[in-house]
Structures are given as C-alpha cells and as structure tokens.
Design a protein around this ligand. Structure first.
Ligand code: CP
Ligand code: NVA
Length: 308
C-alpha cells in the first residue's frame, strides 16, 4: 500500500519523481479553466474521502479541486460529524471507508490516529497534517522554491519561530532533498531533537541559533508559521507570543538574508505577528505560489499513491 505519511518515509527517488510530476501536471494545465479536467485522468472513477478533524482552507480546497481535475470524486468529512468523533475506533473507520473509497486523506491531531488509519486501511492514506508533521505542505514548498530558484539541494533554509509540525516536515525534507536548515526560535519551543538528528544523520547541516539576525545570514529561504498552532492550548497564546516576538520575520530581519532570499509561510498567517505585511507582501514573498502549489504537489502525491 502506497501511503504518503511523511517525507522521511518516502524514498528520495520517489520524492524527486513527485516534484517532477507536479511540475509537469502544473505546466500541462497551462491556463485551463479550474473546473476543466486534466488530459490525464489517473483518478477516473475513483472516490476520495477527505477527513478533517481540524479546520482547513487550503488543504480542503486544493485536494477537492485536484481530485476532480484528475477525474475522481470527493467527499469532505468532518471528524466530529463522523462516528469516529463519537467513539468508533480509527481501525474500524479505516476498514469501513476502505469498502467505499479508493483513497483517504486525513487531517488529525495525534499522529497515532494517522498511523492507525494507515495500518488498517486497504487503500492509500495521505497525511493532511497532524500535530507532528505536515508533509503535503513541504512538498508544495519544495516545488515553489525550485520553480523560483532551481534545485533546493545545497541551499540554506532558515526557520524563524515555533519548532512545530511544519518545521518538522522541513527537517524531514532537508535530509531527503539535501539542503541545510537553521532553526531560530526560543528554547522552550525547540523542535523535537529527533527530527534534527535524523536530518543530520543524512549528511545535512541542521543548526539551532537563538539569534535570528545571525541565523538568516546567507539564507536562500526564510520560513515562518503561526505562533499558536491548532493543537496548542489557547491558554498558551500570551506566553508563546512573548517568547516568539523576537523571532518575527520583518523587513529588518530580511535585510540580513541573501538579497534574493525567498520568504515562505504555509498560511493561514496572523499578519504583523509572525511576519510583517511588508515581508508577506514584499517582492521576495512567494506565499500565494506556495498555496497554489498545494494543488499541483498533491495531485502528484495522489497519482503516486494510486500507481501500483
Ligand atoms: N497550509 C495549510 O495547510 O492551510 P489550511 O489549514 O488552510 O489547510
Ligand atoms: N502549524 C500550523 C499549520 C497550519 C497549516 C498548525 O498546525 O496549526
């Protein structure tokens, strides 16, 4: 079963293949109306379940549009409205859904839910974000970087802010795509060291630098994300804001990066918190290309999942 659970669980060759495929899929549409099908319909006659236990705009819409363009049909399911949210086990949900649909995408809280779904489903499962990782986002980000700047291998990527699920998938990607990564954030919000060590073991440099100006020196890409993720306790908001304020990505900080350094944010953003409007809407920002590329990257991921 070809599940897409995390970037570190997929081979380097397959990851490169998906990025190449995403570029080809994007180019092939060439301005076609959004509601028009692709020439190639790898999801023809396929039914896809999109399960959300957390809110979503990009993941929901990009998967839905992508499936339809590839000839399939979708159903968007809210976790709380399924029996899953009322005591049915994840394993039974996986077994039942596998009798109706050909592919499952799930956005959930605990990684264990995703893994249990994958273990018991007899159709491919895609990780649409857990508390720990967000691989589809980073596949779109790699596609976006490479469209603007060429191969990401050997480049320097600097993450400013919370060591969260999106950072974790960047660390997975650093190891697989071969770029160097710097984390700059407050110690209490450090990423799990396992992500850092795993990337280092694959031969890339992953540093932690508490000084954001020094961290972004020579950066080819500066990335940030919300200071409070969907799984974080609302009561932690004020403390997190106080801890993370020094790591805001603003025009002054970007002056320390390479002049052509790109800026990325997976969105949704809290403007003028983790990044200023000047940076988000500035000439080096590619945030809306990232959002668009969710569509193309995920079409490549789904095609990979369904190709024997
Ligand atoms: N970036 C991202 O996953 O956005 P959504 O939460 O809107 O899906
Ligand atoms: N870190 C954020 C990403 C949202 C797409 C969250 O988990 O809420």
């Amino acid at each position: 079963m070809k599940h897409f659970l995390d970037i570190d669980k997929t081979s380097v060759a397959e990851l490169h293949g998906m990025i190449a495929d995403a570029k080809a899929i994007k180019n092939a549409r060439n301005g076609r109306p959004r509601g028009a099908p692709d020439d190639d319909l790898p999801l023809k006659d396929n039914m896809v379940a999109l399960i959300f236990e957390k809110p979503s705009t990009r993941t929901r819409v990009s998967f839905d549009v992508g499936v339809r363009q590839m000839g399939g049909q979708t159903m968007v399911l809210s976790g709380s409205e399924m029996q899953l949210g009322h005591g049915e086990t994840v394993a039974d949900t996986a077994r039942v859904l596998s009798r109706y649909v050909d592919l499952i995408m799930i956005r959930t809280f605990e990684e264990a839910t995703l893994l249990e779904m994958a273990e018991h489903a007899t159709v491919p499962v895609i990780n649409g974000l857990t508390n720990r990782t967000h691989p589809c986002q980073i596949m779109a980000d790699i596609l976006t970087f490479e469209e603007h700047r060429g191969p990401i291998a050997g480049k320097k990527v600097v993450w400013c802010g919370d060591g969260n699920n999106v950072f974790a998938s960047f660390a997975h990607a650093a190891g697989q795509f071969g770029f160097d990564l710097v984390f700059s954030g407050p110690e209490p919000l450090d990423p799990e060291m396992g992500f850092v060590e795993q990337a280092r073991a694959k031969g890339v440099s992953v540093e932690i630098d508490r000084d954001p100006a020094r961290a972004v020196a020579g950066a080819d890409l500066v990335v940030t994300d919300t200071w409070v993720s969907m799984h974080d306790a609302p009561s932690a908001r004020e403390r997190r804001h106080n801890q993370l304020r020094p790591y805001q990505v603003n025009e002054e900080l970007m002056r320390h990066a390479n002049p052509d350094a790109l800026f990325m944010h997976c969105l949704p953003a809290h403007r003028n918190e983790e990044a200023t409007n000047g940076v988000m809407d500035g000439p080096n920002s590619v945030i809306f290309d990232e959002a668009e590329n969710r569509l193309h990257a995920q079409k490549a991921i789904m095609r990979w999942c369904l190709t024997p």
